[in-house]
Ligand binder design. Structure first.
Ligand code: ADP
Ligand code: ADP
Length: 229
């Protein structure tokens, strides 16, 4: 897999207010780096810069040594799978939603992706809100379940690099465990950046960065950070 590197990355949406102030980290090929920290610290901004919704205002982001600004948008987005915080599902079955982006995928591939993301139980159903057209097939999905549908879609796309922006909503313990296991399935052997709002979901990350005020305040493995308190 590719190596992702942030070098002295600075960013502001508004010149009066710096959001990222010198971010340095590397995600080695196939490894997972998690970014945690208080709300507003700049965590999601890191994922938006890597996916190039915005460009850095200083420093650089490279993939295998190539600046992301030198890569076409199409090839960047083919290489990166993005699981956003809030997934909006299409008015069709969960299976259709998983297949979106890979219309050539076989039934078996869709089912396998659904199984890995722990949504196999309801792939023939539709997200609630659309149930008036289809009667009782409508299913109300929680934020965590919608995110797992997005994870299944990403498993099927099989990108070399994965960005997962964890749902911010409060999740129950079982949902949290299901997301964690879906995440482990999709991130295995893939270069992965996880934006996490709970330290508990990133136990298996190879490195955790604690972001505070747009800078990396601490870094280490899960057990090292717990020891710091
Ligand atoms: P986190 O993910 O750590 O909660 P974000 O990266 O979403 O933080 O946001 C960092 C800061 O940037 C916050 O103060 C937020 O209000 C601000 N911000 C986020 N998006 C925008 C935007 N599009 N325009 C202006 N400010 C923004
Ligand atoms: P795709 O590459 O899968 O066709 P996009 O690249 O447009 O889709 O978006 C990927 C995901 O990121 C979408 O689910 C979308 O909701 C989300 N997204 C799109 N634009 C932004 C943005 N400016 N900031 C944060 N998230 C975004």
């Amino acid at each position: 897999g590719p190596v992702v590197r942030f070098e002295d990355v600075h960013f502001h949406y508004d010149p009066d207010r710096q959001i990222l102030r010198g971010i340095d980290f590397e995600v080695p090929a196939g490894k997972t780096v998690a970014v945690v920290g208080p709300s507003g610290a700049g965590k999601s901004t890191i994922s938006r810069l890597l996916y190039r919704f915005y460009d850095v205002t200083g420093g650089s982001i490279t993939i295998d040594g190539q600046d992301v600004r030198e890569v076409t948008q199409a090839s960047l987005r083919a290489a990166i799978g993005m699981v956003p915080q809030d997934t909006v599902l299409f008015n069709d079955t969960i299976a259709y939603n998983i297949r979106y982006g890979r219309p050539d995928a076989t039934e078996d591939e869709v089912r396998e992706a659904a199984r890995m993301a722990q949504v196999a139980g309801f792939i023939e159903r539709l997200p609630k809100g659309y149930e008036t057209e289809v009667g009782e097939r409508g299913l109300k999905l929680s934020g965590g379940e919608k995110q797992r549908v997005a994870i299944a879609r990403t498993i099927l796309k099989s990108p070399a690099i994965l960005i997962l922006d964890e749902a911010t909503s409060a999740l129950d313990t079982k949902t949290e465990r299901d997301i964690q296991s879906a995440l482990d399935a999709v991130s295995a052997n893939r270069t992965t950046v996880v934006i996490a709002h709970r330290l508990s979901t990133v136990i298996n990350a190879d490195e955790i960065l604690v972001l505070r005020d747009g800078q990396i305040a601490e870094r280490g493995r899960h057990e090292e950070l717990l020891a710091l308190g």
